[in-house]
Design a protein around this ligand. Structure first.
Ligand code: DGI
Ligand code: FE
Ligand code: FE
Length: 189
């Protein structure tokens, strides 16, 4: 499917404000990919599709996870996590995406994972710092993002984990693994 058709179809799946967020993630992904030596076209494709399932009814999201052999453990954690693996499934099945790296970047764009690829990091961080994001601390992470991809993703994960702790929520294990993995990567262990 060509780029414009994907854009038109994804846009039809979401309210306008979420499409504006997606455009912000596209722009930020391209900038980060160019800055850190990743393919901007792959980063942009993952960005276009990353939230494609965000506005599906949660029952529909859960159904995709249950009926297609996706990892079931996520169903025991916050529903906000579900649209990421569902989005990767939709990208492959309905949009014909075959690039496994792009599919992984969509699949792990919320949780992160251990040993995140450069493409995973670019899309994860772009989602966090796109121009429409406005929360305390985002400016510091935008500044970090100009210096170190890994340090910026780590700071973002710290922010998300802190937010979940403050709300008394559980943390999905892949998010903890993502943070541990980045710390190891940064310290060379
Ligand atoms: O879909 P977006 O709003 O653009 O952003 P996202 O896909 O990164 O979703 C983030 C939300 O997911 C955020 O409000 C926190 C929530 N969340 C719930 N449990 C977890 C989690 N995020 C992570 N990384 N790990 C969790 O365990
Ligand atoms: Fe998302
Ligand atoms: Fe997003």
């Amino acid at each position: 499917m060509d780029r414009q058709r994907i854009i038109d179809k994804v846009r039809a799946e979401m309210p306008e404000r979420r499409w504006i967020h997606t455009e912000g993630v596209m722009a930020a992904s391209v900038i980060l990919a160019n800055r850190y030596g990743e393919d901007p076209a792959r980063a942009e494709l993952a960005a276009i599709l990353h939230d494609v399932a965000k506005y599906w009814a949660v029952d529909r999201q859960a159904g995709v996870i249950r009926d297609n052999g996706l990892p079931q453990d996520v169903l025991a954690y916050d529903k906000e996590l579900w649209h990421a693996p569902v989005g990767a499934w939709v990208a492959e099945r309905e949009f014909g995406v075959t690039d496994e790296g792009v599919l992984d970047a969509i699949r792990y764009h919320t949780s992160g994972r251990r040993a995140m690829t450069k493409l995973d990091k670019v899309v994860w961080l772009a989602d966090y710092i796109e121009p429409g994001r406005d929360f305390p601390g985002v400016g510091d992470i935008r500044t970090l993002a100009e210096q170190s991809l890994e340090r910026a993703v780590l700071a973002g994960l710290d922010g998300t984990i802190g937010f979940l702790i403050a709300k008394g929520k559980r943390i999905y294990p892949l998010t903890v693994e993502a943070r541990n993995g980045l710390i190891e990567e940064l310290s060379g262990t």
